[in-house]
Design a protein around this ligand. Structure first.
Ligand code: ADE
Length: 216
């Protein structure tokens, strides 16, 4: 997948390249590019945002700035999906993650503070996505969430089999994952469920299915 992020804070995307799952798929299933709107802005002094028409607080990312960034990178408006991260967008859930991970190319747009000129959303984007019903100071953290969630669905991102039965996956009927335990078997009187120590795989499977049912 070609995954492009447009941002005013490219540094925010540095660490994620070095860590699984992104590190595991970079150069193979994933090409992750990060672009700074300031590098291609047609305005002087690297300006990218402006005061809102009609007044009000904050600054708004300009439509001509985003259009210029697209011209520079794609030669126009891309034909693939362009997702703007906005608090009012469609809420991100695992089904949408799977959908996005299946795209051959995807562009994520983030903005700071008051956000996007509406014409960016109307004419330059195909989707608006929110990571939850709360307002963050910008789209970088939401974009990082999308990059991580999408990267871990790409082939080779996870250790064999581990992505198949995680929370919200089809294998669990979209439900939550069963609880995990590891050594020590007993700590401060808190013990691991006996069934998990039994070595009886059929019983363990049954217990896990039951926990998923109870949690969902
Ligand atoms: N930008 C600011 N808040 C956001 C949120 N909750 N989801 C996506 N983008 C945002």
């Amino acid at each position: 997948m070609q995954l492009d992020v447009f941002t005013l804070i490219p540094d925010a995307f540095a660490w994620i390249r070095e860590r699984r799952p992104v590190a595991a798929v970079l150069g193979a299933e994933l090409d992750l590019r990060v672009f700074n709107y300031r590098d291609t802005t047609p305005l002087s002094a690297r300006q990218v945002d402006d005061e809102p028409y009609g007044g009000g607080p904050g600054m708004v990312l300009r439509v001509d700035v985003v259009a210029a960034a697209f011209d520079a990178v794609y030669g126009g408006v891309p034909e693939h999906r362009v997702v703007a991260l906005t608090p009012g967008g469609r809420q991100l859930h695992q089904e949408l993650v799977e959908e996005l991970a299946a795209e051959p190319a995807l562009t994520l747009l983030s903005a700071r503070f008051e956000g996007f000129d509406q014409r960016i959303l109307d004419h330059l984007c195909s989707d608006e996505v929110s990571i939850g019903p709360y307002v963050l100071s910008g789209g970088e953290i939401p974009a990082l969430a999308v990059v991580d969630a999408v990267a871990r669905r790409l082939p080779g991102a996870l250790t064999e089999g581990s992505g198949e039965v995680e929370s919200f996956s089809a294998a669990l009927g979209g439900g939550l994952e069963y609880p995990h335990y590891t050594r020590p078997a007993e700590f401060r009187g808190w013990s691991v469920p006996e069934v998990l120590l039994s070595g009886d795989h059929a019983r363990i499977e049954g217990w896990r299915r039951e926990r998923v049912r109870a949690l969902t």
